[in-house]
Design a protein around this ligand. Structure first.
Ligand code: IVH
Length: 716
């Protein structure tokens, strides 16, 4: 896309503009001066979009990018006549679309035929070679992305239209939303290849990590999560407000040119563009994101090998994939083979084991969460989904149950996608016998018996009793959890006995525990309450627990904020808050307006934070933590990793990236998102991205996950 020399030039200009911006407030610039710089400023920003969104390898900080972007935006606000359709500012449109008009595709958007076994791939190969009258044929293999299909039309290098698949012949025109996806260029140099009008196909996706975060936030807000990244992507694409779409971090991979003509209207597919690999290379050179995994295979055996090896790599790939697409590489051959009304005869999808299965819903129990929300949980006849046996599934809330009309005894379709919690996709109504019965929601708390309430604007029924034992158990588990205070030895069972025995009446009490209390008092208290067991906590576990509690006193501020369990304050928000303040005391006093104005926080979370700190009970707990010696403020941590800066690329197999970063920070190290000379260690997981190549170029120290675990002391 960009020649090395052009990249150098753009980088030099980047630094020139950053200085220029400081010295030249827009008010003082003349129209002539602006005209002289605006095109190059746009080129610079477009270049950084490409580095960030297509290569995942930015070369300036987000802050510097923002400075450039705002400068351009403000210039355009002053001189709207200078705005061009490909200006990077035009990605965030402002109008809410009421309906998406229907548009015909330039060529029919077909489906793919499926193969589930090597034999079926061989059958496909036989059909292809017989159809062509040849013995050998070249194939390409690439991941089959599980997202939402799109068709893009460019004319004279400009993006003209983006549409959904629709019924295959006509789709919905979602151009304003497509423009918000920054890995899709608004202008692409197709004319360099003699192309005037072109239609390309691809898939809009959300990567697994972003998907996990979106769902986690939805859960924290009491909303039912999306079933899978595909639904999240498809749903986001059809959002009516492009500003909302822009927030969703959609990604797009392009994998096919379906139509390409020159200015005279002559077809170029099969003539100038001879193979699928060439088509992909053109798309890459025009700035699109294409799959780096596309591989040429010379025989059906090689195809089978590729398909089978990818079934194993599926879990560690950053995007959800449901198979491999095998295509005849030669486009003239493709044209010769043609298509049925349903699928092309020159391609096939090798499908992986499905991540869905049907099973029976036996029973529903009701769980009390840490803020008192009552969650219905379905008990299932155990069933294997994607290699894992599932016997329980959250039904989230009453609205979810009513909307899907879920009844006890129903046959349900469950899915486990994106390595997330299982999810009921739908009820198989055809399987009903009449013996199913509705799910009845309780009126009182299953733990403490208080009357449940459903507050306006909330989906969940709640128990408002602050002293409800079930809530306290959940709060305690959350406080001790991996991303919070990370207290080893404080899981479900221990939390339960600590609360039932009343040794712990709020989370602050855990810092008052002693061996004496755990080993002598606790059994007595439990017996008084009618529980008898030889041991509740053994001597070894007691020591481990106390050590875990002691260690937790030194956790970083963002973990403590997260651990407090403030409603709607998830891990991401806790990190944001920890960046804004230096201590819990500062957070308690922070003006609500400041919270409301912070991007990523907003009025609902701000209100919840204020309500939390307005409750005397909560302040008392914080005071207890302070007295116990829990660190309440930011201080530079020093430890074995002080002075070291880590970057992660690829998926780690032993822990999520968040956790790895926290561990580094707890040991005094720092983490960066991008590779630069300041980085001292690059940790490489499965399927590393372009950061690895950059690290190699810079000659940085590259280590494996195993070496990393040794450094943080997780492994001998
Ligand atoms: S090529 C004629 N390549 O899968 C269709 N499709 O189940 C040729 N898909 O409609 C499409 N990844 O939306 C192709 N690498 C890939 C793909 C891919 C996902 C989608 C596409 C298609 C659907 C069929």
């Amino acid at each position: 896309m960009y020649a090395e020399s052009r990249q150098k030039e753009l980088l030099e200009e980047t630094h020139y503009f950053l200085k220029f911006i400081k010295a030249h407030p827009i008010k003082k610039l003349s129209l002539e001066e602006i005209k002289a710089i605006i095109a190059e400023l746009r080129a610079v920003i477009t270049y950084h979009d490409w580095r960030y969104y297509v290569l995942n390898d930015p070369v300036i900080s987000d802050y510097e990018y923002d400075l450039l972007f705002r400068y351009l935006r403000d210039i355009e606000a002053r001189f709207p006549e200078l705005i061009t359709p490909d200006s990077p500012t035009q990605r965030v449109a402002s109008d809410v679309t009421k309906v998406f008009p229907e548009v015909p595709h330039l060529s029919k958007m077909l489906s793919l035929d499926n193969a589930y076994t090597p034999e079926e791939l061989k059958d496909f190969h036989r059909r292809v070679t017989q159809g062509l009258g040849v013995n050998e044929v070249e194939y390409t293999c690439e991941p089959k992305f599980d997202g939402a299909g799109i068709a893009l039309v460019y004319e004279g290098d400009y993006l003209k239209r983006g549409a959904t698949r629709g019924d295959g012949a006509r789709g919905e025109d979602i151009t304003p939303n497509i423009k918000t996806i920054r890995s899709i260029p608004l202008r692409a140099p197709f004319s360099q290849f003699g192309i005037y009008q072109i239609e390309i196909r691809g898939e809009v996706l959300i990567d697994k990590e972003t998907f996990r975060k979106i769902n986690q936030e939805r859960l924290e807000e009491g909303l039912p999560p999306f079933a899978n990244p595909r639904n999240a992507a498809a749903g986001s694409l059809r959002l009516q407000d492009p500003r909302e779409v822009a927030k969703k971090k959609l990604d797009a991979f392009l994998y096919q040119i379906t139509y390409a003509v020159n200015k005279k209207g002559e077809n170029l597919l099969g003539n100038h563009i001879k193979s699928h690999l060439e088509a992909i290379s053109i798309l890459q050179q025009c700035g699109f994101k294409v799959s780096q995994e596309t591989t040429l295979c010379q025989s059906v055996e090689e195809v089978i090998n590729f398909c089978q090896s990818w079934e194993g790599k599926r879990e560690t790939f950053p995007y959800e994939i449901d198979g491999v697409v095998v295509k005849v590489n030669n486009i003239q051959f493709q044209q010769q083979l043609g298509e049925t009304s349903h699928h092309p005869r020159w391609a096939i999808a090798f499908k992986f084991k499905p991540k869905q299965a049907t099973t029976k819903l036996r029973k529903v129990v009701f769980q009390v969460g840490r803020v008192g929300s009552i969650t219905p949980v379905g008990e299932l006849e155990p069933v294997e989904v994607g290699g894992v046996t599932i016997s329980r599934v959250s039904l989230f809330n009453e609205d979810f149950v009513r909307e899907k009309d879920i009844r006890i005894g129903d046959t349900v379709l469950v899915e486990r996608a994106g390595e997330v919690i299982p999810y009921v996709v739908k009820v198989v109504k055809e399987a009903r016998t009449g013996a199913e019965h509705p799910i009845v929601f309780p009126k009182t708390c299953p733990s403490c018996g208080s009357r449940l309430v459903r507050l306006p604007d909330e989906a969940a029924w709640r128990c408002l009793n602050m002293r409800c034992p079930a809530q306290l158990i959940e709060r305690l588990k959350h406080f001790a959890s991996r991303r919070a205070m990370d207290i080893q030895g404080l899981g479900e069972r221990t939390a339960r006995v600590l609360v039932i025995s009343e040794l712990v009446k709020d989370v602050g009490d855990i810092y008052l525990l002693t061996e004496e209390k755990l080993l002598k008092e606790l059994p007595k208290l439990m017996e008084e309450k009618g529980y008898s067991r030889p041991t509740f906590i053994g001597e070894l576990n007691a020591k481990k627990l106390l050590q875990g509690i002691e260690n937790s006193k030194n956790q970083l501020l963002h973990r403590l904020i997260y651990a407090l369990g403030i409603r709607y304050v998830g891990y991401t928000t806790a990190n944001l808050l920890a960046e804004m303040v230096n201590s819990i005391d500062e957070l308690i006093k922070i003006p609500i307006i400041k919270l409301e104005e912070t991007p990523g926080i907003g009025p609902k979370i701000a209100q919840s934070i204020k309500e939390f700190f307005a409750l005397p009970e909560n302040l008392k707990v914080i005071e207890k933590l302070k007295q116990a010696g829990v660190r309440m403020a930011k201080t530079e941590v020093s430890g074995p990793l002080t002075g070291k800066v880590f970057v992660f690329t690829g998926a780690l197999s032993t822990m999520p990236r968040d956790e790895a970063k926290s561990k580094v920070e707890a040991l005094g190290g720092k983490c960066a998102d991008t590779v630069s000379k300041k980085v001292t260690h690059v940790v490489v997981g499965e399927n590393p991205g372009s950061k690895l190549q950059k690290a190699q170029r810079l000659g940085l120290t590259i280590i494996t996950e195993e070496e990393f675990l040794k450094m943080i002391g997780d492994k001998q």
